[in-house]
Design a protein around this ligand. Structure first.
Ligand code: 3PG
Length: 182
């Protein structure tokens, strides 16, 4: 999997090129296009067709309907803010990586029961950041984390230095890439 997962919100389909080109030019070959806007599925389909060398996934997928739409559009991975058993089952069946948001032992145990060993830790800044993830790693040595929420240039390095970090998620990658593009 890619080390950086930019959380992308596409309000209008016409913004897709600007955002994905900026990410690519910043050396980021991945985009989590979120189901927070009406054009999410369309943007995923467009991105998969026009940016075949990028890993395009869907984020903020909170139910089975959105998951099916995302996979139909070509999403290569699915991210949720929390854990959806329905979404996990679809992804398992289709062999698509699913990264659910899990911040408690109970949520991690539910993920493990579904065969998931990499979870999104969201919102990382609110749920105790690195300290909390390190405490959770004691009973769950098999788990890897994708901290997301409140991650930025000021704290990214402390996350990256820990070997249980599978990737880093965040909207700041997009913000930075667009600033660099100016
Ligand atoms: C997400 O859904 O992953 C978050 O909105 C990202 O949080 P951030 O904007 O603080 O990076």
């Amino acid at each position: 999997m890619e080390k950086y997962i930019p959380v992308v919100v596409i309000k209008e389909l016409s913004e897709t090129d600007k955002i994905l080109t900026a990410l690519k030019n910043s050396g980021i070959n991945c985009a989590e296009i979120t189901f927070r806007t009406a054009c999410a599925a369309e943007a995923i389909a467009y991105a998969c067709k026009n940016y075949p060398d990028m890993l395009i996934g869907a984020g903020t997928v909170i139910n089975a309907k959105q998951c099916k739409e995302a996979l139909l559009a070509g999403a290569k991975f699915i991210v949720s803010p929390g854990l959806s058993v329905a979404v996990a089952k679809i992804c398992n069946k289709k062999n698509i990586p699913y990264y659910p948001g899990c911040v408690t032992p109970t949520e991690i145990m539910a993920a493990l029961e579904l065969g998931i060993t990499t979870v999104k830790f969201f919102p990382a800044n609110v749920y105790g950041g690195l300290k909390a993830m390190k405490a959770l790693a004691a009973p769950f040595p098999q788990i890897k984390f994708i901290p997301t929420g409140g991650v930025d240039r000021s704290n990214i390095d402390e996350f990256l230095a820990w070997d249980k970090i599978a990737a880093i998620g965040g909207s700041f990658f997009v913000k930075e890439a667009l600033e660099n593009a100016q």
